[in-house]
Each structure stands twice: as C-alpha cells, then as structure tokens.
Design a protein around this ligand. Structure first.
Ligand SMILES: Nc1nc2c(c(=O)[nH]1)N=C([C@H](O)[C@@H](O)CO)CN2
Length: 115
C-alpha cells in the first residue's frame, strides 16, 4: 500500500501524569504514516483524491491542543481513532516523542499502529 507521511510535527501542549506537567506547555514531536491508495490522485492530478497531509497536520494540531490527557497512550489511541474516522484512513502509524522530560535519553515516547 502507498503511504502518506508527516515527519517531525512539533506541537506545544499540556500533557503528563505529574502536577507540574499540568501547569505548563511542553513540546511533543509527531511522526505519522498513513496507508492511502494514490492511484486516483495520480491519474487525475487532483488533490480531492489525495490524502491531504496539510489538512491532516492541521487536524493533529487542533486535536492535540484541544484535548488534555495524562498518558501518551490515551492521546495516541484517541488521535488515531479520530484521524481514521475523519479522513477514511484504513491504517495509521503514529509515533510521538516527548523530549522535555528525559534529559538523559535521546528520546522517550510511544508508537502505535491501528487498522
Ligand atoms: N508509557 C508512558 N510512560 C510514561 C508516561 C506516558 O505517558 N506513557 N508519562 C510519564 C510522565 O508524564 C513523564 O513524561 C514525566 O516525567 C512517565 N511515563
């Protein structure tokens, strides 16, 4: 299957288990890979048949900044469900890094696949 991807989408939001994390915004960095059959878009050269990565990016930003969760797990599962429903995406992989909380690691985060 063809893939549409978004890499390194940085979004400032409130996320985390601890009390201090609920008082501040911190960055999350998202990578998304989405299955999409590009045949019709390639034949027609029409964005209407493509999975518009700009529109998906805007929705990810809106969702992440519009919802507050403790765990990355809940955020990613809810986000995956929302994107799959709204954009008719059959399969999605979402990876998120939370860089501000792990000074001794290159990265911490979570990756899920749905569909
Ligand atoms: N698997 C997870 N582990 C942890 C999470 C999380 O969302 N998923 N969150 C935290 C804290 O919020 C942390 O980021 C602050 O130090 C810890 N572990």
């Amino acid at each position: 299957m063809d893939k549409v991807f978004i890499r390194g989408l940085k979004i400032e939001t409130v996320i985390g288990v601890f009390a201090w994390e609920k008082q501040v915004q911190q960055p999350l960095i998202f990578d998304l890979t989405m299955d999409w059959d590009i045949t019709k878009a390639a034949e027609t050269d029409d964005l209407a048949y493509a999975l518009n990565y700009a529109a998906v990016s805007d929705r990810v930003i809106e969702f992440v900044q519009g919802n507050q969760y403790d765990l990355l797990e809940r955020l990613l599962v809810q986000l995956a469900e929302t994107l799959r429903t709204e954009f008719s995406i059959s399969k999605i992989k979402i990876r998120v890094e939370k860089p501000a909380v792990a000074p001794d690691a290159i990265a911490v985060g979570l990756e899920i696949e749905r569909g």
